[in-house]
Design a binder for this molecule. Structure first.
Ligand code: FES
Length: 110
């Protein structure tokens, strides 16, 4: 099992949830009421699944693909540790991953 800590955009709400290895971060977030639309369901066409990963955890993630980087350019409030939650699959190595919700989102799929 992998533990993920979700932090709200304003930092006030923290929820810690556990997931099986192989769970996609976007699915876990949505199942736990996090405000990620994930409009394109992982097709890398919307950027509404954008999250900001804690810097210490960002370096533990496999690198983003060029397509993911391109889509992040359109996301709202992007930082240096931004990722698309639909492209992150949880593994035991990623235990205690911490991600924050962005302050807004841009839907590129419409
Ligand atoms: Fe659309 Fe991730 S769900 S880019």
């Amino acid at each position: 099992m992998t533990t993920v800590r979700f932090i709200s955009a304003d930092g006030r709400q923290v929820s810690e949830v556990t997931a099986r290895a192989g769970t996609r971060l976007l699915d876990l977030a949505q199942a736990n009421g996090q405000p990620l639309e994930g409009t394109c369901e992982g097709a890398m066409a919307c950027s509404t699944c954008h999250v900001i990963v804690a810097p210490a955890d960002f370096i533990r993630l496999p690198a983003a693909s060029a397509d993911e980087e391109d889509m992040l350019d359109f996301a709202h409030g992007v930082g240096r540790t931004s990722r698309l939650a639909c492209q992150i699959w949880l593994t035991a190595d990623l235990d205690s991953l911490e991600v924050r919700m962005p302050s807004g989102s841009t839907d590129m799929s419409g």
